[in-house]
Ligand binder design. Structure first.
Ligand code: NDP
Ligand code: MG
Length: 340
């Protein structure tokens, strides 16, 4: 078992002596800024003029300045922007305000690993990546903390590791436990997980199951319940007790069907495709494709998003969820403003 870092392995005083700029005030940004402040750190928020988040950060009591201004003030700069914006914000507003001994941090390795950001040698570069969305990082700060990964890419000062662990503690993560990784391992495994299993794999599995039932003449409403709604019930069991606990809880018929049909579905062909997806992540071709897509305006991305939102399963689901107010139904905001 890999070493797990807890509160006693992390020095909070080191991080309390630093001036911390949190760049971006979205999902991760608002949680990092507030947790760090509640841990006794000196925090300011960096945004662009006209940002929708500016008022929110001020309302939460922060000094808000442009990215360039906070980067000049701070000695620890935490970039919590969507990954596709790291390059331009770094080049335009952060890089000119770096100096030897400053620490650049991210919550995901993408921009550093794929060299969207190429930091100068005299600064420190580290990552603390919470394993949960921002609202959980904030809420669990007062309870158990959200587990996190940390990594050090450059250690010019000799203090990068201590500061990264101190940052993880100030976030509340060393209460839950923090694991050491590298930028490469975190980035590649994260991209693979979201593409092959969590987002790409699961949503395509749900959609294909739904389409198969509907094409065979079953009611779309039933297909929705079977293939989408019930995934939560199954995933909750897996989350609490692993695959065995899920299988212990379902019927013997369902368990038998799991053993005989699951491996037929996820067969050698699917495994070969997974290896190919991993190869394209490792050799940088996926990252290049995403960077090119963003740089050319994101029109393919917007088209795929619009098509996916118009799928029958989304229409049926919208109707059915409105009858189940207890599950706290959500709708996507009508007019997404950014490419992210
Ligand atoms: P969000 O999209 O939630 O937040 C974006 C924030 O950045 C907003 O405040 C936005 O302001 C601001 N912003 C956008 N463009 C600029 C700019 N040019 N200059 C200054 N500010 C800008 O991002 P996330 O919190 O989801 O992601 C941040 C980082 O955290 C990423 O590296 C991501 O990979 C990582 N991460 C995310 C997790 C998650 O669950 N969301 C989990 C772990 C890591 P405005 O309101 O004006 O748009
Ligand atoms: Mg992830």
């Amino acid at each position: 078992m890999a070493k797990v870092y807890y509160d006693e392995d992390a020095d909070i005083d080191a991080i309390r002596r630093r001036r911390i700029a949190v760049i971006g005030y979205g999902s991760q940004g608002h949680a990092h800024a507030q947790n760090l402040r509640d841990s006794g750190c000196d925090v300011r928020v960096g945004l662009y003029e006209g940002s929708g988040s500016w008022k929110r950060a001020e309302a939460d009591g922060f000094v808000v300045q442009t990215v360039a201004e906070v980067s000049a003030w701070a000695d620890l700069i935490s970039i919590l922007l969507p990954d596709q914006f790291h390059k331009s914000v770094y080049e335009d507003s952060i890089k000119p305000n770096l100096a030897p001994g400053k620490l650049l941090m991210t919550a995901h390795g993408f921009s550093i690993h794929f060299r969207q950001i190429v930091p100068t040698e005299e600064i420190d570069v580290a990552m603390v990546a919470p394993k949960g969305p921002g609202h959980m990082v904030r809420r669990l700060y007062f309870e158990a903390g959200v587990p996190a990964l940390f990594a050090v890419q450059q250690d010019a000062s000799g203090h990068a590791e201590a500061l990264a662990l101190g940052y993880a503690r100030a976030l509340g993560s060393t209460k839950a436990g923090v694991l050491r990784t590298t930028f490469r391992e975190e980035t590649e495994s994260d991209l693979f997980g979201e593409q092959a299993v969590l987002c790409g794999g699961l949503s395509s599995l749900i959609k294909a199951g739904f389409e198969t039932l509907v094409a065979a003449g079953y009611q779309p409403e039933l297909a929705y319940f079977e293939c989408l709604h019930e995934t939560k019930l199954i995933v909750d069991l897996i989350y609490q007790g692993g695959l065995s606990y899920m299988r212990y809880s379902i019927s013997d018929t369902a368990e038998y069907g799991d053993y005989v049909s699951g491996p037929r579905l996820i067969d050698d062909h699917v495994r070969a495709t997974m290896r190919q997806i991993l190869t394209e992540i490792q050799d940088g071709s996926f990252a290049q494709r995403w960077v090119d897509e963003c740089e050319s305006g994101g029109s393919n991305f917007q088209r795929m998003r619009a098509e996916a939102r118009n799928h029958q399963i989304e229409q049926v689901g919208h109707e059915l969820r409105s009858m189940m107010s207890w599950l706290n139904p959500k709708d996507v905001p009508a007019d997404p403003t950014s490419v992210a």
